[in-house]
Design a protein around this ligand. Structure first.
Ligand SMILES: Nc1nc2c(c(=O)[nH]1)N[C@H]1C(S)=C(S)[C@@H](COP(=O)(O)O)O[C@H]1N2
Ligand SMILES: [Mo]
Length: 310
């Protein structure tokens, strides 16, 4: 565990150029980390990530404080209320950990997580994140472009989709002993979505390795889609010919479509998606098409009926 006191951490280490991390938030993040050292067996025993370069894809919007990002979570393997993951995810063992990259590719490989973290350039991507439930955050993720991993794997011509699967271990994940979802959690992307430069595998946030409640040691982040696309604690990435079934699609196909693009014009069957509440704000704001990433991603869906393909 490599935790340094806040004064030792210069914001320039995370944000060498461009957008800077505001010191106030950094101090807050640092003091939480420092406090966590005093407690035994805490969930966010994170370590500093090195060599993280700021990305030009980052938003300059105000970042959601570390405390909110790490205590207001959805991770049903550890309970269904927002505070459950931070309280219960300490039982997840993230080392040793492997990620199997398999299916319709020329170079299947079982990656050791630490080799994976070192294999591709790490960037900090400050992304707007929108949960289907109507709240949003701005999170400085640290990770690498999924396209880099895919290029190395060399998909065959049969690879049309990518499936992401979370660890299946009811011993470590108390929620998996209940039937809220059809375990293990699974998500999927079309190949061009997976290859898009905005799509990342995240291994950290705020310059530290991911806290367990945020999906340690590696999770998917797709900022123009609802948050549930971002499968946490991934153990398998499989390239397939058919559109994969997803965990949410299995329990409620009429509510959670495969694409799950943020779309203020298409309501969830039980609530409107026109507005959202940014965590920390009092007033709601309008939700933007593709969560504001339309300039970059709208062309992926040209000619598609986004009401049918929700
Ligand atoms: N394995 C797994 N991944 C998951 C979930 C989950 O319950 N289990 N919840 C999803 C939902 S609904 C959201 S909004 C995001 C929340 O990520 P965060 O807690 O890091 O903000 O994780 C997604 N990934
Ligand atoms: Mo969500």
């Amino acid at each position: 565990m490599l935790i340094r006191k806040p004064d030792d951490i210069k914001s320039s280490e995370i944000t060498p150029q461009g957008i800077y991390l505001r010191r106030r938030e950094f101090m807050r993040a640092g003091s939480i980390l420092a406090a966590s050292m005093l407690l035994p067996n805490v969930a966010d025993a994170t370590a500093r990530l090195s060599g993280v370069v700021q990305s030009r894809y980052s938003t300059p919007e105000e970042q959601t404080p570390y405390k909110d990002v790490t205590t207001y979570n959805n991770y049903y393997e550890f309970g269904t209320s927002k505070s459950d993951p931070a309280e219960n995810a300490g039982s997840l063992r993230t080392r040793p950990w492997t990620v199997s990259v398999e299916g319709e590719i020329k170079h299947p490989k079982v990656w050791d997580i630490d080799a994976l973290i070192k294999a591709f350039p790490l960037e900090q991507r400050i992304y707007r994140m929108r949960c289907v439930e109507g709240w949003s955050m701005v999170i400085p993720w640290d990770g690498f472009s999924l396209a880099n991993l895919i290029r190395q794997a060399e998909p065959t011509s049969k690879a049309k989709y990518v499936e992401f699967t979370t660890l299946n271990d009811p011993q470590q994940m108390p929620g998996q002993r209940t039937s809220v979802l059809d375990w293990p959690y699974a998500e999927g992307l079309r190949m061009d979505e997976a290859m898009h430069p905005l799509t990342i595998l995240s291994v950290g946030l705020y310059g530290q390795t991911l806290p367990n409640q945020n999906g340690a040691p590696v999770r998917l982040v797709v900022p123009w889609k609802y948050g549930f696309k971002g499968a946490k604690s991934i153990v398998r990435i499989r390239f397939v010919e058919q559109q994969p079934r997803t965990a949410w699609g299995r329990v409620a196909p009429s509510e959670y479509g495969f694409y799950s693009n943020v779309n203020p014009m298409v309501d969830h069957p039980r609530w409107s998606q026109a507005t959202e509440r940014r965590i920390g704000d009092f007033f709601k704001r309008k939700t933007l098409m593709f969560n504001g990433y339309g300039d970059q991603v709208a062309q992926l869906y040209r000619g598609m009926d986004l009401r049918k393909n929700f």
